[in-house]
Write a protein that binds this ligand. Structure first.
Ligand code: FE2
Ligand code: FE2
Length: 275
């Protein structure tokens, strides 16, 4: 390599073209990252929002416009580390996802729920399930979050923990006065007083109620209700011992252990990958 080549600055040609007004109007500017001033790689990166995030919204109509943007010089789709997110270590642990990926509200909710379960003197399986019960909302997808969350942790936790995470989604809708569980006030405000859960959720809850692990999942729902106070800070370190005993952290890191759910963890590491 000649000296002049070595000295040459990294490609820096970023065309000053404006975003098409249609994209601006749709609020899609957030999905196009201009390179930072000191970036070595000065290409613009386009984030194509996942179908599940935009389906049924006006934003879904702009897929073509984003594709067209990618044809500009020095413009590529986002693949790999998004500079807007903290970089994950090469072998990520559960704690890394809590610290570097989960939203503050969701993280607080999970930690508070686990703390209340511990203060109530509940079994470690329940504490673990409380700590993990909404991780799909925290980092992946909200719809069907109990099912996504259960699958994500199945290789690493006791079967009963995964089961109770899955079933909490359906059980949340149905009171059980024998243990003091009533329909959540929050759901009245979230969904309106006239909301009726669909038939499949009703069936799931009924089946769960007859299951031998019913009370484990019910306890997740009970500790879910009263534990959400965004002003209370709970440190993840409080649960290092419980996690150590109840979560089989893969040596290769979550996302890289070749498990059937590794792709879900990788999706949270690189949530903006085009493919
Ligand atoms: Fe939940
Ligand atoms: Fe929750």
């Amino acid at each position: 390599m000649s000296e002049s080549t070595e000295m040459r600055a990294p490609a820096s040609r970023v065309l000053p073209h404006e975003l098409p007004a249609s994209l601006r109007d749709a609020g899609l500017t957030n999905w196009i990252r201009e390179p930072l001033d000191d970036a070595v790689d000065r290409r613009r990166r386009i984030i194509m929002p996942p179908a599940a995030a935009v389906m049924g919204t006006p934003a879904s109509a702009y897929q073509g416009a984003l594709l067209a943007e990618s044809r500009h010089p020095d413009t590529v789709f986002m693949m790999g580390d998004n500079p807007a997110l903290p970089t994950m270590p090469p072998r990520p642990t559960l704690k890394d996802f809590f610290d570097l990926r989960f939203s503050k509200i969701a993280r607080t909710h999970l930690l508070q729920s686990a703390r209340v379960a511990r203060e109530n003197g509940l079994d470690e399986k329940v504490i673990m399930a409380c700590l993990l019960h909404d991780i799909a909302i925290a980092g992946l997808l909200s719809a069907n979050h109990g099912y996504w969350g259960a699958q994500m942790v199945t290789p690493y936790v006791d079967e009963e923990v995964a089961w109770s995470i899955e079933k909490h989604e359906a059980l949340r809708y149905f009171p059980d006065e024998s243990v003091g569980y009533t329909y959540p006030e929050a759901y009245i405000s979230y969904f309106g007083p006239d909301y009726n859960p669909p038939e499949y959720i009703r069936r799931e809850a009924e089946a769960a109620r007859r299951h031998r692990w019913y009370m484990t999942s019910r306890l997740v729902t009970i500790n879910d209700i009263y534990s959400f106070d965004p002003s209370v800070v709970v440190d993840y370190g409080e649960f290092e011992d419980v996690v150590g005993r109840n979560f089989r952290q893969p040596e290769e890191g979550l996302g890289f252990d070749g498990s059937p759910v590794a792709h879900m963890w990788r999706t949270m590491i690189w949530p903006n990958n085009f493919l």
